[in-house]
Design a protein. Structure first.
Length: 179
């Protein structure tokens, strides 16, 4: 019996990027016993978050040793196009969303802007996510991806911030604490 894990994340989040080794270790230890479900939260839609992210993260890089570029980004950016691309990958090529998310995170932590079409295309070139290279899903699939991403954002705003499930699927920090 597999354990369902809901992972709420954003490709622009340096803390989510720094948690990747723990997630990979869990995947290595438990393999098919864990079922990961990615939920994109679009951090940059929160007021002021895009400006904070654009400043870079020299303190985080120094304090936690995160493998990220500590320099400021060239401008503020939105992570929404990258979140939509991950959801579109899940809808069009199941199983391709996690590798795409990883490629987007690596590019973002190296100073790339997640709303840059060239960055999205470069991340989508590999693996089964090639259908996203020309701007994501087309037609109904694109509309479904947009509704899913924006649905999470609307629920967060209604609840007054980040949605924290009380019951249901195990969250990543619960799995690590249970170890």
């Amino acid at each position: 019996m597999a354990l369902d894990i809901a992972l709420f994340t954003d490709p622009a989040c340096p803390f989510a990027f720094s948690a990747e080794p723990i997630r990979q270790r869990l995947r290595w230890h438990y393999g098919d016993q864990l079922r990961w479900r990615l939920h994109m939260i679009v951090l940059t839609l929160e007021p002021g978050e895009d400006a904070k992210l654009a400043e870079g993260a020299p303190g985080l890089q120094r304090k936690y040793g995160m493998p990220i570029d500590p320099n400021p980004y060239a401008r503020t950016f939105s992570s929404e196009p990258a979140c939509r691309a991950v959801v579109a990958a899940r809808l069009n090529a199941p199983g391709a969303e996690a590798p795409l998310l990883r490629r987007l995170r690596v590019r973002a932590m190296l100073g790339g802007l997640l709303d840059d079409p060239a960055l999205l295309a470069a991340a989508a070139r590999r693996g089964r996510a090639r259908a996203l290279e020309r701007g994501g899903a087309r037609g109904p699939a694109r509309r479904r991806a947009s509704r899913r991403v924006l649905g999470h954002v609307r629920r967060r705003r209604r609840l007054g911030g980040v949605r924290r499930p009380r019951a249901g699927p195990l969250r990543l920090h619960d799995a690590v604490a249970a170890r």
